[in-house]
Each structure stands twice: as C-alpha cells, then as structure tokens.
Design a protein around this ligand. Structure first.
Ligand code: SAM
Length: 231
C-alpha cells in the first residue's frame, strides 16, 4: 500500500513515521508513506497558500491552486483514493479502516486555517472526520487514519493477527485484560483466568465483552443484538 500525505507541516510526521509498529511496517516495505509539503507548489513570491475569504469574515481560506498542483504531481494520482480530512466529513470508524486497508494507493490532504476553498472538495473522493471536535490542522487526523489502517495490513502487527480481537470487531468492545501480579492492593484477577480452562476463559471473555459494550456503548450493543438476536 502507498499513502501520500499533503501537509503544510511535514516535520510533524517525523517521529510518527519512524517509531514503533508503523516505523517497522515502513522498514519492512509493507507500506510506503510519502509526505509532501504543498506550500512548495505555491506560485506566489512568499509561498502563500491561503487568502482572505470572498464575502469577508474571520480567518483565512486554503487556496485551491497549490493543492491542485501538489495533487497532480503525485504519480498515479488518477487511480488513488483521495481523502480530505475535515470535521465536516463522515466520522471515521473501524469498518472504514478495514475498507481503506484494501486500497492500493491513498492520498490524504491535511487542511489548516478557517477552511478549504470549496473547489478543493471537488478534487477529493471522500471527506473524513475523526470526531466531533475541531483540531488546528489535519495532521493529527491523517496520523489517526494512517495508524489505524496500517496496523490492519497483514504481517504488520504479528503472526497471530491480534487486531482480529480488538474492539469494534463484530460491534463489540474488547474484554478486560489482566497480567501479573495476580493480586494488587487487595484486587484479585478473576479466578477463571488462572483456571487454565480455555473453554471457560473464552466464555468469560465473550460475556465480559458483551457486558462492557452494553454499559459503555449502547449504540454498538444494539447493532450487535440486531446481528445476533438474543442468543
Ligand atoms: N472552520 C472549519 C470547520 O468548522 O469545519 C475547521 C477548520 S480546522 C481549524 C483546520 C483543519 O483541521 C481542517 O481543515 C481539517 O483538515 C482539520 N481538522 C480539524 N478538526 C478535524 C476533525 N475532527 N477531523 C478531521 N480533520 C479535522
């Protein structure tokens, strides 16, 4: 998979791309990520990429031309899925991460300023938000997308593909976890987890997962029930 990111703040990606699972995925050629500073495509003397809004009002607007030129400079862009990150987009979720994991080439535009010139929107296939809050720029949103998509690529995490058991698969949140010590300040690990009985452990985990989802995310729990009935 290849991901191109259009940003005004390329340095924000330095640590993100070199550390941990993502760093290893890049080293192992499981994903190729290129960061492009679209300021370099500005034709103005001072490399300006924003301007005041027609009709007046506060804040600056991101210009369409440098974004268009940066986009056109990307090899194979015509076939890539082009994503604009914006609080006005559809909220991102795990199912979408799986869908995007199967794309060969993705381009993500990180915005800045008050807003996009509306004609930028026409250049993109998809508008994605990472939640109902407003960030200063799109870089953190792009990183959230890249991280969640990349960890789903086969061989990125590890042989046993532990993401299959993560939260949101089959609409459920993951069950609780415990590790040593077996008792901490009077709080004990549930007996079943140290029983060695794999059937009972599996049942306990499934029940806890359902219980936790019902308590914390009734919306997901209702979807799970729709899918599975009252088994
Ligand atoms: N005035 C804009 C609005 O109300 O929709 C918000 C602009 S925000 C300050 C600047 C940039 O940050 C956006 O263009 C977008 O790229 C990014 N951004 C902010 N919040 C986001 C979110 N929840 N999801 C994705 N991107 C976001």
């Amino acid at each position: 998979m290849r991901i191109d990111v259009l940003t005004l703040f390329p340095k924000m990606f330095d640590g993100f791309l070199s550390e941990s699972i993502l760093g290893k995925a890049i080293d192992n050629n499981l994903v190729e990520i290129k960061i492009i500073n679209y300021r370099e495509f500005s034709k103005s003397k001072h490399k300006k990429v924003d301007d005041s809004p027609y009709g007046g009002g506060p804040g600056m607007v991101l210009c369409v031309e440098p974004v268009y030129d940066a986009l056109m400079s990307i090899k194979g862009q015509e076939k890539a899925l082009k994503i604009l990150v914006t609080p006005q987009g559809k909220t991102f979720h795990q199912e979408k991460a799986y869908e995007l994991r199967d794309k060969e080439h993705i381009i993500i535009l990180c915005g800045h300023y008050e807003g996009y010139d509306e004609r930028i929107r026409d250049l993109f296939d998809l508008e994605v938000s990472i939640g109902d809050y407003v960030l200063t720029g799109g870089e953190i949103a792009a990183m959230a997308l890249i991280d969640s998509i990349t960890r789903l690529i086969p061989k990125v995490i590890n042989k046993d593909e532990s993401h299959i058991f993560d939260s949101f698969n089959d609409y459920l949140l993951e069950h609780p976890h415990y590790t040593r010590p077996s008792e901490f300040r009077g709080k004990k690990v549930p007996d079943v987890l140290i029983s060695g009985n794999h059937k009972l452990i599996k049942e306990w985990r499934e029940n806890e997962s359902i219980k936790r989802t019902k308590e914390r995310r009734i919306d997901l729990y209702n979807k799970y029930r729709e899918e599975h009935g009252d088994e």
